[in-house]
Design a protein around this ligand. Structure first.
Ligand code: DQA
Length: 143
């Protein structure tokens, strides 16, 4: 089984970006943790990040066509992108919506997600360690 981890806008700046909210782990470190977790679990994990909505939509189409589970941190798109939602809705394997921060403790505009009602589950507020948890659940329950 191959699982995709897709990270959206500004997540490439992890480590530099508002460390009090998102911590000091870089995106490269996040990717390494995910790949190492996959190796431990016996699943293939591919991590990608983009600041471009159309690119994310294309990646979700690829996962839909391949029947791959997805861990998706759509960043700000979470709160308003119907294009990302419509692409994610085409997935046939489980979709885990993930946020590093607890969006419900933050500004009102982060409380609504256009993804949550089509996601299998939502993880928010566990920091980067939420990613290996999501992968562990998928290894045991998907595919
Ligand atoms: C985020 C939360 C979003 O509200 C924000 O726009 C992000 C990151 C998180 O991981 O906590 O870019 O998805």
């Amino acid at each position: 089984m191959k699982v995709f981890v897709f990270n959206g806008p500004n997540l490439g700046r992890l480590g530099k970006r508002e460390p009090s909210v998102y911590g000091s782990t870089t995106h490269a470190d996040l990717a390494a943790v995910c790949v190492a977790t996959g190796a431990e679990l016996g699943i293939e994990v591919e991590v990608r990040q983009t600041d471009h909505e159309g690119e994310m939509v294309g990646w979700l189409h690829e996962a839909a066509d391949g029947g791959n589970p997805v861990v998706l941190n759509a960043g700000a798109w979470t709160h308003y992108s119907i294009a990302v939602r419509d692409a994610a809705a085409q997935l046939t394997a489980p979709l885990i919506e993930l946020h590093i921060s607890n969006v419900h403790k933050r500004e009102q505009f982060r409380h609504h997600s256009v993804l949550s009602d089509i996601a299998t589950a939502v993880i928010a507020g566990l920091g980067v360690p939420g990613y290996p948890l999501a992968l562990r659940w998928l290894a045991e329950n998907a595919g």
